[in-house]
Design a protein around this ligand. Sequence first.
Ligand SMILES: N[C@@H](CCC(=O)N[C@@H](CS)C(=O)NCC(=O)O)C(=O)O
Length: 228
Amino acid sequence: MDYKLYYWDLPFRSIFIELLLEEVGAQYRKCDATEIYPERSLKIKNPGMAPPYLYECKSKTYFAQMPAILMHLGREYDYLPKRAETHTLALKTILDCNDVLMEITNFNGMSMWSKPDWETFRYGRLSDWMKIFERTGLEHGLKGDKGFLLGTTLSVADIATTALFGTMVYSFPQLKEDLQENAPHIAVLCQRVEARPAIKKFLAAQRERYGNGYCGGQIEKSLRKVIE
Ligand SMILES: N[C@@H](CCC(=O)N[C@@H](CS)C(=O)NCC(=O)O)C(=O)O
């Protein structure tokens, strides 16, 4: 086994890491977050505040922070763009994804969604985020149903973009039209990445298991209430 991935029983942030591990064919086991969090969060090598945690068996090392874990695996399996600009944009894209996760959950459920606030976010910031990904792709590699977000080869940026928007529209099909309208090339990119053999097999099993579960908790209930 190459890795252990510690997270909750939901796709939300771990799917970013799982899609890459599946894509590269790594051997890994998903473990319950409570095996580390919160008792051992500060005691493990390379302490981290919150899950997801990745344990790398060969180096007996832990990593927290989803973006850092994706960059580490991207370097390990050569899924990082080579040019300085697109290498930086790969990290920027993953950090953008994390910002969208924070914003769509109203900062990890700090407050629940009201219908007017949600509508303002949905047709304001969320559609702007979708346009940012779309424009980035059109500037660097996406053409019709060819190319990738940051060039001619698949990178961590495509995995992260698909983990974000592919999961979002699967969990909330009502948002499919938003993605189609604001980011049609990103919508196609997500379908292409989700159709890759290893990822397709993984998603079929995960969606069988979690249904359209997303981030869980009160905030998911609140999201469903304002979206449905
Ligand atoms: N920025 C961190 C966020 C980690 C995070 O918020 N994890 C959530 C689950 S998605 C959690 O369990 N938080 C518990 C806590 O913050 O104490 C990352 O990208 O990994």
